[in-house]
Design a protein around this ligand. Sequence first.
Ligand SMILES: Nc1nc2c(ncn2[C@@H]2O[C@H](COP(=O)(O)OP(=O)(O)OP(=O)(O)O)[C@@H](O)[C@H]2O)c(=O)[nH]1
Ligand SMILES: [Mg+2]
Length: 474
Amino acid sequence: MNDQFSIPAFAIIGHPNEGKSTIVSTLAENDRVRISPIPGETVECMAFPVKIDDRGIIRFIDTPGFQNPRKALAWFRKYAGNNEDIINAFIRENRSENDLSDECRLLEPVSKGAGIIYIVDGSRPVGKTDTIEMEILRLTGQPRIAVINSKDLNNEFIRDWKREFLKYFNSVRIFNGHTATYIERIELLDALRAIFQDWEVPLSHVIDSFRQDWANRNRAVASAAVEMLVKAITYKETTESSNDKELSKLKSRQLENYKNRITAFEKEICRTIKKRFRHNIFDYDLPPASILHADLFDEESIRVLGLKPNQIAIAGGVTGSMVGAAADIAAHGITFGLFTVIGGASGAGYAYINKNKMIRTRVAGFKIGKRKISTGPCRNIQFMYVLLDRILLYYSHVINWAHGRREPSNKVVNSGCSKQGMVSDFPDDARKVFDTMFTIVTKNKKDSSEIEKKAVMTLEKILTDISHQKNQVI
Ligand SMILES: Nc1nc2c(ncn2[C@@H]2O[C@H](COP(=O)(O)OP(=O)(O)OP(=O)(O)O)[C@@H](O)[C@H]2O)c(=O)[nH]1
Ligand SMILES: [Mg+2]
């Protein structure tokens, strides 16, 4: 390979509008790559390096689509010079030819030693122009891999594509720029390592760095999430008032403040996750059916997220009486807004919860003089688990949100059990760690730093498991 690049470089080449820029964006985890439904969006080559700890370790080069492959192929076939110089000669001779300027541009990085990743939309049939483009790439003599990026679920033509590709390429992969997961990106890099042998060592380094970086992100998210859970389950709002008439107004205002603060904690962890996974520009719209559209304090959230009734009962064994009411409520399928009844509601549900010391507004003090009004902290273990579930669902959406996909898909993360979240699927020992953390933190009996560390490690492992689920398409 005539390698002028200090790190492995791959030119993403193909017909206009096949998804080249989409693939570059997803592979480089860069949402700045321009993508458009109108063919001809990319007119210049642009390199997108992948940086880890501020050091570029690999670069993907977006290129314009072929415009005049027939004429370019005619030139390649007529060429009688040194094969090693064929791409340079093509660029030298045709640079001023208007109708071959795109071909000159797209082959430029290849002339400098970039490997070729050829992209096609596999949901359409193979055409004559495709085979012309493939023949040009074969004649360049550079190592090359073909990637099928099917724009829809039509698999009818995949076999034809594979058969055709085998004549021109060293390897064929299916890789979708809209749905590719972390594992699929690693697998593609692995395939590149097998083909581009000159770069075997640097590509091994790239793969190791990718894995390490991903583990670091998971550790950072786990740590921020545990910190946030502790903050949420210990959070309390307090005010003082000597005006009896204002009491109920103050109570409801304080309850609103309480909810707003907890919601702000949740928003902050979502921002951390988005940033860690390099979604910088676009505000990710959740799939329309996602439970995360419901407010944390919404009845629907507690109905479909958090622990199952029997799991809450087990948690009761660890944490004591505080979860008793939650267990009873869940067991009887009562789904009124467990967290919304704080303070303001009336009726049996409220009385029940009030009696059992859930989140509530308390008023302390004599009738004459100042009274202290406090809301929280939440004494319901399900509250912590619903919050954790929401973090995990958001995490799952974000890591499976390929950078090349700019609009949400309709699919939602679903664990397949009666609950839509993930905590009810936790292994028993993982749940026990969080149950214990809840007890220690809420009872405030001893230093909680050890159990929090354990919770971070447990959560990190759970995030790793979620990252390794293949086709967790959302
Ligand atoms: N549904 C679906 N659409 C895709 C996929 N990949 C790309 N697209 C869409 O196809 C259109 C073209 O994608 P680009 O990545 O801009 O294509 P390109 O090959 O870079 O196009 P040019 O720069 O014009 O040559 C965009 O609207 C993408 O959103 C895919 O896997 N699934
Ligand atoms: Mg493009």
